[in-house]
Design a protein around this ligand. Structure first.
Ligand code: PLP
Length: 431
């Protein structure tokens, strides 16, 4: 009798009923189950820098083991302000503008909870890092998605349509989330693109929430630009960053927000009630990490460039079409050449039969069919790990009669351009 009553009660929050489990974390579990190489989740399998591990040990030995100030240890906030000035030329007051959180994951949800009301809308580029959707829902806001379209040639860039972006801005828009360098596409937003976003934010009185966790991981001369540094944006930008990716310490859970004082006040309140604070000794180690010389960041990016090239070579040889990333440490690929029903069928086969775990593209889109031909691989791994993955990927066989890689796409593009030119000639508006 009692059990019947219990079952009939509505115990669960409506918000949670909209969530699915994190596909990325699920792929890690699948990798362990099948003994597969985990190129799914974005964590390094190589050691963190010795000097920052030493700094963490010393902080614990010195008994920095109690709560830090809720919005962050003074030493770390000072180092964050100094680094932002050095790399982005943006002046930050560590006393009133910085909040240290439990990873940039907490920084994002604390920010959204601090600024959103029911009925607000948050603009998100898709494909997107999977937390942004649930984060918006938890904060009561409605996500509005704008497509980033894959490049049509090997060296092209993912791009968005200006009209589509403008069309989602209106009086209920509270914020736009920008993630540059971008996960999963590897796109590094250009100054012109960020200025366009800036103009819309100013026109519609909207906040920019910018996730810059891959700031220091850029390739081929690409330059990371912080939208906070653009004219007119200081007062309406919340910049999110963290230690996870730059210092290879994803398990430490140290991230932060940089925002104008009034917004910082609100973020600090949410952060305090959610978590009280980030791990105190690891914040002290963070202050040492952020003081590493510039050469550290050059080596970091160069190491990832080598890994990117190694993995892309292996993927292309195996029959994938790769979208070359300009930043972050993922390669998005097109799997059309393999003849699987969709990305889920493909990644299931890959993890259980080939022994490599990757993330199905559909998990980065609101509408799963948009990602049904895409799969993401992480290359934040030792070169031996990538070589073993390459060996296993060699077992894949492109479907008979299909042409892997870029060949077919480029030919189709050439035909499309020729047809368009001919049509334009006929219309008398060549060029
Ligand atoms: N933001 C992006 C774009 C990410 O890719 C990730 C992790 O993969 C995170 C945030 C999570 O960062 P953190 O470890 O600081 O919570």
């Amino acid at each position: 009798m009692g059990e019947v009553k219990l079952r009939s009660k509505h115990f669960l929050s409506d918000k949670v009923s909209h969530f699915t489990e994190s596909v990325i974390r699920e792929m890690t579990r699948q990798a362990m189950l099948h003994g597969a190489i985990n190129l799914a989740q974005g964590f390094p399998d190589f050691p963190a820098p010795a000097e920052i591990k030493r700094a963490a040990r010393e902080a614990i030995a010195a008994d920095l083991n109690q709560y830090a100030i809720t919005w962050g240890a003074k030493s770390l906030r000072g180092a964050i302000a100094e680094q932002t000035r050095t790399f982005q030329g943006v002046a930050v007051d560590p006393e009133t503008q910085v909040t240290v959180c439990c990873g940039s994951t907490e920084a994002m949800i604390s920010t959204l909870l601090a600024v959103c009301n029911a009925g607000d809308e948050v603009v998100i580029f898709e494909p997107y890092y999977e937390n942004y959707g649930p984060d918006s829902i938890l904060s009561g806001a409605k996500p509005r998605f704008v497509k980033l379209r894959p490049p049509a040639s090997p060296n092209g860039d993912w791009s968005f349509d200006e009209r589509e972006l403008r069309a989602v801005f209106h009086r209920h828009t509270k914020a736009i989330i920008v993630n540059t360098p971008n996960n999963p596409t590897g796109k590094v937003f250009s100054r012109a693109e960020l200025e366009l976003i800036r103009d819309l934010c100013v026109e519609f009185d909207v906040l920019a929430i910018t996730d810059e966790i891959y700031e220091h991981i850029v390739y081929d001369g690409a330059q990371h630009i912080s939208i906070a540094g653009l004219d007119g944006m200081t007062e309406r930008t919340i910049t999110i960053n963290g230690m996870s990716k730059t210092y290879s310490v994803t398990g430490w859970r140290v991230g932060w927000t940089i925002a104008p004082p009034r917004l910082t006040d609100a973020i600090r309140k949410v952060h305090d009630f959610l978590t009280v604070g980030a791990p105190a000794p690891l914040q002290e180690a963070g202050a040492s990490a952020l003081s590493l010389p510039q050469s550290y960041y050059r080596k970091l990016a160069e190491g990832y460039r080598r890994r990117r090239d190694r993995l892309m070579r292996a993927l292309e040889e195996a029959g994938f079409r790769c979208f070359r990333p300009q930043g972050a440490y993922y390669v998005m690929t097109d799997i059309s050449g393999f003849g699987f029903a969709d990305d889920l069928a493909f990644t299931r086969h890959l993890v259980s039969e080939v022994g490599v775990a990757a993330v199905p593209g559909s998990s980065f889109y609101r509408n799963p069919s948009d990602g049904a031909r895409q799969v993401r691989f992480a290359f934040c791994k030792r070169e031996e790990t990538l070589d073993e993955a390459a060996k296993r990927l060699g077992k894949l066989r492109p479907r008979q009669g299909t042409e892997p890689g870029w060949g077919k796409a480029l030919r189709e593009q050439r035909i499309h351009l020729r047809t368009r030119r001919k049509t334009n000639h006929r219309k008398g508006n060549a060029g």
